[in-house]
Write a protein that binds this ligand. Structure first.
Ligand SMILES: *[C@@H]1O[C@H](CO)[C@@H](O)[C@H](O)[C@H]1NC(C)=O
Ligand SMILES: *[C@@H]1O[C@H](CO)[C@@H](O)[C@H](O)[C@H]1NC(C)=O
Length: 391
């Protein structure tokens, strides 16, 4: 469906042209918060599928604009490591300090626990920023889960967001090379390298062999430069802690740019021991808060991790990727056979069961679940020699 994919991407590009970023949804009341930035990846996938250089040329200025949005002072956080090196990383922050228009009653009810108007406005910004991250809502953004009023999204440097922006920078580097913009290509190569070093200096935890969200001090307005402190890494385990495996082994036009074998092995070891992997996939987190946490598994998270493992290139990583994909396809198929629908999320503990909880009823349809199953089937084929039924 190359034409459909292209038209969807053209819609998203028009949002960037108009607003500077991809809106959280194409609705007038979403103009103050973004989506996780994955537009460059979409353009790249279509280019690999079709060789459509015109699309790349059309997208290029918009991708630069979107990158600029994420590089602004509003999103940038500077952290000095123990060697004195200053790194620049990015956080979510919605430009919004009112109840979310789509859930105003819920937000006002939650905020009623707070006394001052200033605290309410701060809270509303944290809520909208969590929505911007796609993890709405999760213990990941709470100082004191499951207390929603302790959401602190803008005080966190998220692992996944920085991996996405790194990927965007590599994609722009590649597009610039394709379209003959050699200076821009070089510039983005440098920017990406700096971010990779930043991610590995500030977010990587060598003892736990995974990347950890970094918490900024609570009493500041996130300006200036913070001194890195190992205690500020959030040691709670989330599926997002493993997403950078996707950049550890990053591909361009089929050729592997960089794979750190020993690191890949370490990350696999730690994912296997993390407690996230269950009979029907990888959970979002270990904590059951009644939100979008455990035992919910999300299609994009399975996909990012499986794709990252495949990119590692080793037989061991591929086998692990296929194992995760098989668990996921099996539960999706069982649920589909029983209900005739695909779900938004699945319960990773029970084969064939949809996920639950969160602030709205479970949804059917569902674009990303459909897409991820198709992608797994394309990558691995129908699970070979394995019963595709719940055991
Ligand atoms: C939404 O963003 C616009 C444009 O930046 C800004 O003028 C407006 O004040 C923002 N609204 C809120 C509630 O912050
Ligand atoms: C590979 O990763 C390990 C951490 O697991 C690190 O110590 C090593 O320096 C990395 N090697 C290269 C070539 O970057």
């Amino acid at each position: 469906m190359y034409e459909t994919a292209k038209e969807v991407v053209l819609n998203l590009l028009s949002l960037v042209e108009r607003y500077g970023f991809v809106l959280n949804g194409a609705r007038s009341y979403y103009t103050n918060r973004s989506q996780p930035p994955l537009l460059s990846s979409m353009v790249l996938e279509i280019y690999f599928g079709t060789g459509d250089l015109d699309l790349v040329k059309k997208a290029f200025p918009s991708l630069l604009k979107e990158h600029n949005f994420w590089m602004s002072d509003f999103h940038r956080v500077m952290v000095r490591d123990n060697q004195g090196q200053i790194h620049s990383l990015t956080r979510y922050q919605a430009m919004w300090n009112k109840p979310r228009p789509e859930s105003a009653t819920t937000d006002e009810q939650m905020a009623s626990k707070l006394s001052s108007e200033v605290d309410k406005e701060k809270f509303y910004r944290q809520v909208a920023s969590a929505a911007e991250s796609g993890w709405d809502f999760s213990s990941r953004w709470m100082r004191n889960p499951p207390d929603m009023t302790t959401l602190a999204t803008t005080y966190i440097i998220p692992v996944d967001l920085n991996a996405f922006i790194y990927k965007m920078e590599r994609d722009i580097e590649f597009f610039a090379e394709l379209t003959g913009e050699h200076t821009t290509s070089k510039e983005f190569s440098e920017t990406a390298k700096a971010r990779q070093i930043a991610i590995d200096s500030i977010l990587w935890n060598s003892e736990m062999e995974q990347w950890l969200d970094y918490w900024l001090p609570a009493d500041v307005q996130c300006q200036g430069v913070y001194q890195w402190n190992s205690k500020s890494q959030n040691r709670n385990i989330f599926a997002s802690n493993f997403i950078p495996i996707w950049l550890n082994a990053y591909h361009h036009s089929g050729s592997v740019k960089y794979v750190n074998e020993s690191k890949s092995k370490g990350v696999m070891r730690s994912l296997k021991a993390s407690g996230l992997l269950h009979s029907s996939g990888i959970a979002a987190s270990l904590l059951n808060t009644g939100q979008q946490d455990f035992p919910n598994g999300w299609a994009p998270l399975q996909h990012l991790i499986v794709e990252g493992l495949v990119n590692c290139g080793s037989a061991e990583a591929r086998e692990f990727a296929e194992d995760i994909a098989t668990r996921w396809v099996r539960t999706n198929y069982a649920a589909y056979k029983e209900s005739g629908v695909m779900y938004e999320k699945y319960d990773v503990e029970v084969c064939g069961r949809s996920g639950g909880s969160g602030e709205y009823k479970h949804q059917t349809g569902f674009g990303w679940s459909n897409g991820v199953v198709l992608s797994f089937l394309e990558e691995f084929g129908w699970p070979r020699g394995k019963e595709i039924v719940c055991s």
